[in-house]
Design a protein around this ligand. Structure first.
Ligand SMILES: Cc1cc2nc3c(=O)[nH]c(=O)nc-3n(C[C@H](O)[C@H](O)[C@H](O)COP(=O)(O)OP(=O)(O)OC[C@H]3O[C@@H](n4cnc5c(N)ncnc54)[C@H](O)[C@@H]3O)c2cc1C
Length: 509
């Protein structure tokens, strides 16, 4: 059925809802389209989701946000990557940076030359060849290099921010552009008898909201996509057994680290996300391997500052909605699927869905080909992130608890098994052009987890050992010089005028 879209209704005002409303208001605007967002304070939002990846910079750019204002308004810090503690084995840690390692040479990835160099030199620390890793370790940060170092590689970064402040910030942005917010709890959904399309939402006080196109950002429940349209859910817990997260913020202690930390625990892992005014913490675990009370107790004992609130426990099932777009309903955010925040990918998946929605915007109706394309592409996005996350659990020496023994015995999806085999035998990573995680990301994780390839590309053997040492030495000096020119992260935030009001008050004496 062809139906011109004029009235867009966004259901939900969490991160996904306000990101969607803000992007729609900026890109298609509110002159031709009416954009309404319905949310319920009584229901609330998940209120976590604080670490991001560099793609967020692109989203902010599309919105035309001033980065400094955004940082102050959301009490954000800079993030250079993730430190993985105790994942390979207890007492071991490695860093997954946002930037590249070394430099590709003679047409092949740097990891091939690194593998040869590591064999010849006996040194196995790949972080020495990545500026973001070294800067993170030293607690340093600088966005743009001084002019004298402008030829050195740029620093890749993302943000860690307060999710509630981010949603509030985007709300102000969207409302200023004409988005209408409706406060109320949706208690009924009506559908057109002929097309089956959703036609209106009924609030519990009797008000009705009509629309041509509904974006379901209602969270885990999937009010429209699942409860109304029964899209179905692919459950991936045979690979990702964690199904609970206990979140507990604490007071900020010590210096602001420019990175997120993920520490492997007995039945899952713990996140630590430093914000300007507090630190976000959480234990992602499987209740098949640890009791909820015990996980909460352990989390409380493992904070690096005094707790600011009781633990909030969230339940989930790893997986993806079978279809995110059905008829005139498109799901974005937790309503379309969930993968644990080990690589901070959920906000990115929200952003990816928004980008695809804008590219395929249903101006004149809901063409099944367009809908299929969206569903296929989003399915792939979820599967690729899924495989990347599973690799952290599968490639490990840990077998010290029942949980880790379960991970060792788990049979990964074929797509991941193939990737691991090719990397193990030839040092090559099979990645498609559109994939979020590139060769450098896979290299960081697999080498960090202890999977060192048995061989490398033939091109890495075409130079002499002296030439290899010379090139490696040059790369290392350039990186060291780059990092030495960076100030401490705290100092940079302060001197660049990026501290929000609450943060200035929270800076330890
Ligand atoms: C434990 C955990 C940690 C996470 N950490 C990260 C991270 O570090 N990085 C990252 O990128 N992502 C992370 N995420 C994911 C991130 O939090 C979510 O992707 C993001 O917050 C989007 O949530 P949402 O807006 O889809 O849902 P929600 O925040 O649940 O919002 C749902 C909205 O729908 C409204 N609603 C629901 N039902 C009704 C109704 N009947 N009537 C009216 N309104 C209704 C609610 O009021 C709310 O406004 C994490 C998620 C979890 C669970």
């Amino acid at each position: 059925m062809t139906q011109a879209v004029r009235n867009i209704v966004v259901v939900g005002g969490g991160t996904a809802g306000w990101m969607t409303a803000a992007a729609l208001s900026q890109v298609v605007g509110t002159k031709r389209y009416s954009i309404t967002l319905v949310e319920s304070e009584q229901i609330g939002t998940v209120g976590v989701g604080e670490a991001t990846i560099p793609m967020i910079l692109l989203f902010n750019k599309v919105l035309g946000l001033d980065e400094d204002v955004f940082i102050r308004e959301t009490n954000a810090t800079f993030k250079l990557g993730i430190e993985f503690v105790d994942w390979r084995r207890r007492g071991h840690s490695y860093f997954h940076p946002f930037g590249l390692y070394g430099a590709d040479m003679d047409g092949v990835g740097f990891q091939h030359f690194w593998l040869r160099w590591a064999r010849e030199s006996g040194q196995t620390d790949h972080s020495l060849f990545n500026a973001e890793s070294l800067a993170a370790k030293a607690g340093r940060f600088l966005r743009a290099p001084p002019q004298s170092l402008a030829t050195l590689p740029k620093i890749n970064y993302a943000f860690q921010f307060d999710a509630a402040l981010y949603a509030a910030f985007l709300r102000r942005y969207a409302e200023a552009r004409g988005v209408v917010r409706v406060e109320g709890k949706i208690s009924g959904v009506e559908r057109d008898g002929e097309s089956g399309h959703v036609s209106r939402l009924v609030l519990d006080d009797g008000r009705a909201i009509e629309g041509d196109f509904f974006v379901d950002c209602s969270g885990f429940r999937g009010l429209l996509i699942e409860e109304t349209l029964g899209a179905g859910y692919d459950d991936w817990s045979q690979w990702l057994p964690c199904n609970r997260a206990a979140a507990m913020p604490c007071v900020r202690a010590g210096e602001l680290t420019p990175y997120t930390r993920a520490t492997a625990r007995e039945a899952g892992w713990q996140w630590r996300i430093p914000l300007q005014h507090r630190t976000g913490n959480g234990y992602v675990f499987s209740d098949a391997f640890i009791a909820e009370d015990e996980a909460v107790r352990l989390l409380g004992e493992r904070l690096d500052g005094a707790a600011l609130a009781d633990a909030k426990v969230l339940k989930f099932t790893a997986g993806r909605r079978r279809k995110s777009w059905i008829g005139n309903v498109l799901a974005i955010g937790l309503s379309s699927g969930f993968l644990e925040p080990l690589e901070s990918t959920s906000i990115h998946l929200v952003q990816a869905a928004i980008a695809k929605l804008l590219a395929l915007f249903p101006k004149t109706g809901f063409d099944p080909w367009v809908v299929d394309k969206f569903n296929r592409e989003m399915s792939l996005e979820y599967e690729q992130v899924r495989d990347f996350i599973i690799a952290h659990y599968k490639v490990t020496e840990r077998d010290d608890t029942e949980f880790w023994r379960w991970c060792q015995a788990m049979v990964p999806p074929d797509s991941l098994t193939q990737r691991l085999e090719v990397f193990r035998s030839r040092g090559e990573v099979l990645v498609g052009q559109q994939e979020l995680f590139k060769e450098t990301n896979w290299f960081a994780i697999l080498a960090g987890q202890g999977l060192i390839p048995e061989d490398y590309h033939a091109v890495a053997d075409t130079i002499s050992s002296d030439e290899l040492r010379r090139r490696v030495g040059m790369i290392r000096s350039a990186i060291n010089e780059r990092v030495a020119g960076m100030p401490p992260h705290d100092l940079y935030l302060d001197k660049a005028g990026l501290l929000g009001a609450a943060a200035r008050a929270a800076v330890p004496a």
